[in-house]
Each structure stands twice: as C-alpha cells, then as structure tokens.
Design a protein around this ligand. Structure first.
Ligand SMILES: [Zn+2]
Length: 277
C-alpha cells in the first residue's frame, strides 16, 4: 500500500482525468487530515448534514450555510463535494464531456428513494449529461453477506421497482412449538379467567396436537452495491464505466469504518470528488 492508498482509495480511470480530484477515505484518515488535503489541492470542501433523503443540491459556488441533503453536483472548479460514510455506499459520478461531477450518499433509505437516479437526471437537466457517456465509482460499503435488514426494507425496495434478487433470506424462520395443554392437565393452579381462554382455544385447536407460532420476523441480506449498480445500468450506464474499487465490505475490512461493526465509533470516512481550479 502506498502512502496515498493508506489514506484513501482511488480509481485509476478517474485519476487519469486532468484536473479531477477524487477518493474514498479510509478509517485512519481524520477530518483534520482530510481538510489539510483539500487545502493542499486548492479546493473548498462542501460537507452536508446528511439525512438519508433524496435531496440533491446543484452548486455553482461554496454554500454560505451548511446544507442538508445527500447528493451534491457541480460543474464549477474549486469545490470538493463530500459524503461521509460508515457502511452506506458512497458514489462518485463524472461527466467528462461536460466537465461535471457529483457525489451521492446511498444507504438503504436513499437507495430505496432512488437518490442515485435523481442525481443522474438532475445532471442531465443541469449540464446535459448523458448516462451512456458518464463514469461512476461505487466506493466501499457494507457487503451483501453482512447487511441484514428486515422484511419492511425488502418490501419498500420492491415497491420502488428494484428486483428481489438483491435480497437473500438469512437462514430459516425459527418457530416455537407451543404444546396444547390445559392448566388442569399440567397440574397448574386453576384460574377462572385462564379456564375461559383455555376452553376457547380447545374449541378452535381441539384436534391439533400443537400450535406453531413464528418466533422472529424473517431477516434478509441486502446487496446495496448491486442494487445501485443495477440502477445505473437501467439508466443507460455502460457496465465498463462502473468502477468498484477497494475492499468489498466495510464490516469485514479493518482499515474501513463500519457502523454495524462498531456503532459507538463517531468517526466517518471522507469520500470526495471535485474539479481543481
Ligand atoms: Zn462483510
């Protein structure tokens, strides 16, 4: 690992574009390190308050107040667009032809709201960007083997038009076996209220030896990166224009930060893209 690789991960194809500065920060790269790096490149970092929303900001100059949202785009030099992550997917977008860039925060909430699609559409309107000519870099995020979500997340994605292929059922659905047993049979003290309930149940379940009740809701594993790569291809991105640098999973890779692995660690990784003045 070179000095640069220890601080952040970059994509050779993007590094070859003149005037472009980009990267996906690692765990050991502090905010102070990041700000010093930005200053050394002559670019002004724009750090939002991230909300897991689908709010996209178009920047023509550095904002005067802290912005709230989850995507930034610009075609102006001198700004460094930033997304901070620990498990969520950071996406960098480049339109070389129109010299425009964007950064997008894709957690499960933003992905379900199709924030990546909304950013690409906004770049089309603002800069005339065409998906078939654009480049995308999907940074490290929590991997498809580690990102457990509930059935409500899967339901939301299906409603938003995502294929179910991005969800794997985690293990089996456990059941608890409740023996059908009256208080009298088990020798427990008899109680009139319980007696009433027991009679009702016997009426309904009289012929069933035991009742099976699901103990836990099913859990799924979500492949966040694959879901967003699919969205890009649906929009017209070429597969060869989608880059996935760095380790496959923040949760498994010790040089990256993972909220799921360590929820008490307040640090975040700095992911950035901008045009040098
Ligand atoms: Zn993992």
């Amino acid at each position: 690992m070179t000095g640069t690789e220890r601080r952040f991960i970059s994509v050779p194809r993007l590094a070859g574009i003149g005037g472009l500065v980009h990267g996906f920060g690692r765990a050991g790269w502090s905010e102070a390190d990041f700000l010093a790096f930005a200053a050394s490149r002559g670019v002004k970092p724009v750090i939002m308050r991230q909300l897991h929303s689908d709010v996209v900001h178009r920047l023509d100059e550095a904002p005067s107040a802290k912005l709230e949202g989850d995507a930034l785009m610009t075609n102006k030099s001198g700004l460094l667009l930033v997304i901070r992550t620990a498990d969520c997917l950071p996406v960098l977008i480049v339109d070389e032809a129109n010299r425009a860039v964007a950064v997008v925060h894709c957690g499960w909430r933003g992905t379900e709201k199709r924030i990546l699609e909304k950013t690409i559409m906004a770049m089309g309107e603002a800069y005339g960007s065409k998906p078939a000519e654009m480049l995308a870099a999907l940074g490290p995020c929590i991997g498809g083997s580690c990102y457990e979500v509930g059935p409500e997340v899967r339901d939301g994605f299906l409603r938003a038009g995502f294929p179910e292929a991005f969800f794997a059922l985690r293990g089996h659905v456990p059941e608890v076996h409740v023996p059908r047993q009256s208080p009298r049979q088990s020798g427990q003290p008899y109680n009139l209220a319980r007696q009433g309930r027991e009679q009702d149940r016997t009426k309904i379940w009289g012929h069933v030896p035991e009742v099976r009740v699901p103990l836990l809701k099913p859990k799924f594993l979500l492949d966040l990166r694959a879901a967003n790569a699919w969205l890009l291809c649906e929009l017209g991105f070429k597969k060869g224009h989608i880059f996935e640098p760095g380790p496959a999973c923040t949760h498994c890779e010790p040089t990256l930060l993972s909220y799921r692995r360590n929820p008490h660690d307040p640090r975040r990784m700095y992911n950035f893209i901008g045009l040098k003045p």
